[in-house]
Design a protein around this ligand. Structure first.
Ligand SMILES: Nc1ncnc2c1ncn2[C@@H]1O[C@H](COP(=O)(O)OP(=O)(O)OP(=O)(O)O)[C@@H](O)[C@H]1O
Ligand SMILES: [Mg+2]
Length: 251
């Protein structure tokens, strides 16, 4: 299967409600190939819900997800992944019964590679991402930071046009965060895809993102360059009004 590279992923007027909780209310955002877009906001702002909407895990009502002009809102999560939108999960969610390599091979097979091709790709991506342990290691006994990196590697094994990373740095120490930043910065050029990055760690966000979109209470609060977001009074108010952790602090 050869899949064409997509250029633009758009979320238009996205609404999601869980009973009485309005998780998203009329959010619009756009991710371009080659871009690193940060998606930030206090706990419960709707960030993971937005990733779920963009990847077919959650249907918006109303709302539309469009890739290069094509409405993909009705596609299943599996079809969205095959269409070219990969993701990592807030909790790593690797396939526990499989080895490290098999997790990536499964993704490669899912997008039409041969077993040999998927195995070669798995090795290449794991090496690129800096995973130096055994490829045949089981996924249920991995150090935490390896688990998070492999989760990104698995998303990249889908050869996506867009990859959405939900808090990849959570639980990492400063050195691991530095390595992760270097990895993320290089994803667009190495894999030819756009990156959406959700993170509470503002050093990571400010260090790697070209643009940042801010959610608060399910609504868009601001979008701009890291410099613009850093001094936006509405953003500062939203963050100062929460029990933000030291790393969550935007200034
Ligand atoms: N499956 C669900 N059922 C009910 N409520 C939900 C569900 N998923 C999310 N919510 C609620 O929707 C809102 C947005 O949640 P979401 O997980 O998208 O926030 P978030 O910005 O990712 O937060 P965090 O930074 O803590 O990960 C919250 O109020 C949350 O409690
Ligand atoms: Mg979340």
């Amino acid at each position: 299967m050869t899949r064409s590279r997509k250029e633009k992923l758009e979320a238009k007027d996205i609404h999601v409600a869980f009973g009485g909780v309005r998780a998203l209310s009329g959010v619009n955002l756009t991710l371009h190939a080659g871009d690193i877009l940060g998606l930030i906001g206090p706990n419960g702002a709707g960030k993971t819900t937005m990733v779920n909407v963009l990847t077919g895990f959650q249907k918006p009502s109303p709302g539309t997800v469009i890739v290069d002009g094509e409405d993909i809102s009705a596609l299943s999560a599996r079809k969205v992944a095959q269409f070219g939108i990969g993701r990592s999960f807030q909790s790593a969610r690797l396939f526990r019964g499989l080895t490290v390599a098999e997790n990536l091979v499964a993704a490669g097979l899912g997008v039409g590679l041969s077993r040999k091709g998927a195995a070669a790709q798995a090795q290449e991506i794991l090496s690129w991402i800096g995973y130096r342990q055994g490829l045949d290691r089981g996924c249920d006994s991995l150090p935490y930071s390896d688990e998070r990196r492999i989760s990104i590697a698995r998303a990249l094994a889908l050869q996506p046009s867009f990859v959405l990373l939900d808090e990849p740095a959570s639980g990492m120490n400063d050195q691991e965060c530095e390595q992760l930043m270097e990895t993320i910065v290089n994803i667009p050029q190495r894999f030819g895809c756009g990156v959406m990055l959700i993170e509470h760690n503002m050093q990571v966000i400010m260090g790697v993102c070209h643009r940042i979109h801010v959610l608060d209470g399910g609504k868009s609060l601001a979008e701009g360059s890291p410099e613009e977001i850093r001094k936006d009074p509405n953003v500062l108010r939203a963050y100062l009004g929460t029990e933000a952790s030291k790393k969550d602090a935007i200034i």
